[in-house]
Design a protein around this ligand. Structure first.
Ligand code: G3H
Ligand code: 13P
Ligand code: ZN
Length: 316
């Protein structure tokens, strides 16, 4: 069942975070839905601009419609990740998405508010919700590379004004994470003080943490042992998720860790079976490993086991 992120956040707020997972192909979709069903978790499927053009946006949407039929008990939101204004409007008009993210974080404060307001108004008119971003994460986003030095933490005072003036439904805050597999080169970490300050000024308002892959070191070691070159890859400590959820983070974005599962499975499979040229054997291992990885993430996010309770709350 497709729901809005707003419905998911209402149930999660202050208790756990909902995993927001990016998908690109059928194997990821199967692994994601299986993992969420096995762990009985609500979830958010994220489609980035890059994912929508990798094969064709209609292909991704058709896969999700099919998954909704194959897994009739699943409860999930369909969310555009890091959209520009035009893509947000297209997704709002498509009638398929339940939530969009407008990422105008590279614009000035006032311009970010103006763009976000236009998208939030359009989303609300069609019963959708809008996530916005204030502050700037380091790392690489589609077409935009932000160096550590240029990354800007969210200003808590501005966050309140931003939410009030833009009408957004949730806010992605920069608190020290970055996108990709190389998040921390030195002693940097998460700024929970900033998060606590934002929650104090915006009590009850759903916050979002991007760049939350944990880049498991055993995964990196296996990739490197199978011919990969990922020296120095580092991510967010998974034990930080629940403390973040207590501070109002209801959505935690994870993409890179899923790519690592894909990379490890395929490197190991082809190393073990160099004579193989068939896509299905590694594909089957990948779907099973991806489901396992998703179930584990849902456990550490606290969303595992919440599906019956959320189903009951949706009926009220
Ligand atoms: O924040 C970016 C997400 O990880 C999506 O990545 O734009 O390469 O699909 P992508
Ligand atoms: P990671 O690169 O840490 O997985 O972050 C993903 C993300 O924020 C998607 O919007
Ligand atoms: Zn992101």
């Amino acid at each position: 069942m497709i729901v809005t992120t707003k419905e998911l956040f209402k149930h999660a707020y202050g208790k756990y975070a909902v995993g927001a997972y990016n998908i690109n192909n059928a194997e990821q979709v199967m692994g994601l839905f299986r993992g969420c069903m096995e762990s009985k978790a609500p979830f958010i499927v994220q489609l980035s601009k890059g994912a929508r053009s990798y094969t064709d946006k209609r292909m991704l949407e058709a896969m999700l419609r099919a998954a909704d039929e194959i897994f009739p008990d699943a409860i999930f939101a369909v969310h555009l990740d890091h959209g520009d204004e035009a893509t947000c409007m297209e997704c709002i008009d498509s009638g398929f998405y339940s939530s969009v993210m407008i990422d105008a974080s590279h614009a000035s404060f006032d311009e970010n508010i103006a763009i976000t307001k236009r998208v939030a108004d359009a989303a609300h008119a069609k019963g959708l919700v809008a996530e916005a971003e204030l502050g700037q994460l380091g790392g690489v986003e589609e077409h935009v590379s932000v160096s550590e030095a240029d990354a800007k933490l969210t200003n808590p005072e501005q966050a309140k004004e931003f939410v009030e003036r833009s009408g957004c439904d949730s806010l992605a805050c920069a608190i020290g994470t970055s996108h990709g597999a190389f998040k921390f080169s030195g002693s940097q970490g998460l700024h929970f003080d900033v998060l606590a300050d934002i929650q104090k000024r915006l009590p009850g308002f759903p916050l979002v943490m991007h760049g939350s892959s944990s880049v498991p070191q055993d995964e990196v070691a296996r990739i490197n042992a199978a011919g990969g070159k990922m020296k120095g890859a580092k991510g967010v400590d998974e034990t930080q998720f629940l403390p973040a959820a207590k501070l109002g983070v209801t959505k935690i974005n994870i993409d890179t860790d899923g790519r690592l599962v894909w990379c490890r499975v395929h490197r190991e499979e082809f190393m073990k079976n160099p004579e193989n040229f068939d896509l299905r054997p590694p594909g089957k291992v990948f779907m099973a490993e991806y489901a396992k990885y998703i179930a584990h993430k849902n456990a550490v996010l606290g969303s595992a086991g919440q599906i019956d309770s959320i189903r009951a709350s949706l009926k009220k």
